[in-house]
Design a protein around this ligand. Structure first.
Ligand code: SAM
Length: 285
């Protein structure tokens, strides 16, 4: 896509809104983020003539957007819970539903009134680190062990830990969870493992095309990571410790059964914003 020099914001904006009305929100957000503008400016400064660098950047970003690439990858970041996370195509884009994992873990830990003591956390399949690092931000005395089998994902995690000033409180491991043997160490283990059954046709095209397969798919109808990571977590937890695991639509009963078989005696299923079971909190007595 090319445009003559002297192009205004209004010209590019209106041409794109005309042809891609369904992307209105994303297109406007792309302008705001690229120019560092407020929403008010996007209404009042439509005659602003873009500098060549600004124009080229907006046009190349728009081209990626209309080809279906998620805005978070184009901008390189995504807001999650109370914080902003760097993302790349090596990590899953943090989802609003996953904030329930953070909130559930915080409620549980605050209910145990151990906030003043040093809390040991683990985040399995950490990706961008959005879950574990959000917990560290809100629990000043906590420490986190995070693992991911993808080195490219772990590099994004490290950038986020640094950007949030948390480097001194994290340890990470570029490995599968089960390659690490821990017993009676953690107060809470959080995870949003890959849980999409291979061949699930409900998956959105843009997710399948742009997000890393390693972050999405699991064997055994999407349950294989729960089968491996929940029994591992039971051993790794201290007494009265808890797991907080996200799962996919319709998987609640199966995931709960895996937790019961692993030895958990107390549990709660939490619902997401659309009223569907989404998160398992299970406590080791
Ligand atoms: C669904 S993503 C979740 C990422 C992040 N926690 C979030 O909620 O946005 C799952 C993550 O698990 C990682 N993963 C996949 N297989 C793994 C394995 N065997 N061991 C450790 N991590 C793994 C993927 O690389 C991916 O980053």
């Amino acid at each position: 896509m090319s445009a003559p020099t002297g192009t205004t914001v209004g010209e590019i904006l209106s041409a794109n809104l005309l042809y891609h009305a369904s992307l209105k929100q994303e297109i406007e957000w792309l302008f705001l983020e690229t120019l560092g503008w407020s929403r008010h400016q996007l209404i009042t400064d439509l005659d602003y003539v873009l500098a060549p660098g600004e124009r080229d950047q907006i046009l190349s970003r728009l081209e990626r957007l209309v080809k279906g690439e998620p805005l978070a990858y184009i901008l390189g970041h995504q807001d999650f819970y109370k914080y902003r996370f760097i993302v790349s195509s090596a990590v899953l884009i943090p989802r609003a539903d996953t904030e329930l994992v953070v909130e559930t873990a915080l409620d549980y830990l605050r209910g145990r009134r151990i906030e003043g003591t040093e809390i040991q956390l683990a985040d399995l399949g950490t990706g961008s680190g959005c879950i574990g690092l959000s917990l560290l931000m809100d629990l000043p005395k906590s420490r986190l062990w995070a693992c991911d089998v993808s080195l490219a994902a772990l590099e994004v995690f490290r950038k986020n830990a640094k950007a949030l000033g948390l480097e001194g409180r994290v340890l990470d491991s570029n490995s599968d969870v089960s390659g690490n043997l821990f017993e009676n160490i953690y107060d809470t283990i959080v995870s949003n493992p890959p849980y999409i059954a291979r061949g699930d046709e409900r998956l959105q095209d843009s997710v399948r095309q742009f997000e890393p397969a390693l972050a999405l798919f699991a064997d055994h109808d999407g349950l294989s990571f729960y089968e491996a990571w929940i029994p591992w977590s039971f051993k790794a937890l201290r007494e009265s410790g808890a797991i907080v695991f996200e799962f996919g639509e319709g998987q609640g009963e199966a995931v709960l059964k895996i937790a019961q078989l692993a030895g958990f005696k107390k549990w709660t299923l939490k619902k997401d914003l659309s009223g569907k079971d989404r998160v398992l909190l299970a406590i080791k007595e």
